[in-house]
Design a binder for this molecule. Sequence first.
Ligand code: FES
Length: 125
Amino acid sequence: MYTEKVMDHFSNPRNVGEIPDANGIGEVGNAKCGDIMRIYLKVKDNVIEDVKFKTFGCGAAIATSSMVTEMVIGKTLEDALEISNQAVAEALGGLPPAKMHCSNLAADALHEAIKDYMSKQPKEA
Ligand code: FES
C-alpha cells in the first residue's frame, strides 16, 4: 500500500524537532482528521538554511513532512513556495488515494512558515 520511500521517511524521519531561533514558523491543522503539523524555518539571505518539523499525525503525514524538509533545504523562498502538495506526494512515489489529504499538511505548513518569515521582515521603503 505504501511505497518504500514513504516507509523509509516514516520509519526514519529527517529533520524532526524544533529550531529554537527559527525566524519563520508555520502551523496547520488537517480539517479531515484533526492532525497538526508545525514547521520551523531558519532563513538567511532569502535561502532556507535549516528546517525542522513536528507532526502530531499519521504515518503519511510524518513521511510527507520529512520529505518536504529534504526538498526545501538550500532553496530560495520563491522556489520553496512553488513546492506543492502534489510534488511532495510525487517525490515519495505516490500515496494511497485515501491518504492524499495527509500530504496537504506538509506543503501548507511550509508555505505558512514562509509567509510568517516574510511578514516579519522590515518593509522596503
Ligand atoms: Fe491525519 Fe493523515 S490521517 S494527516
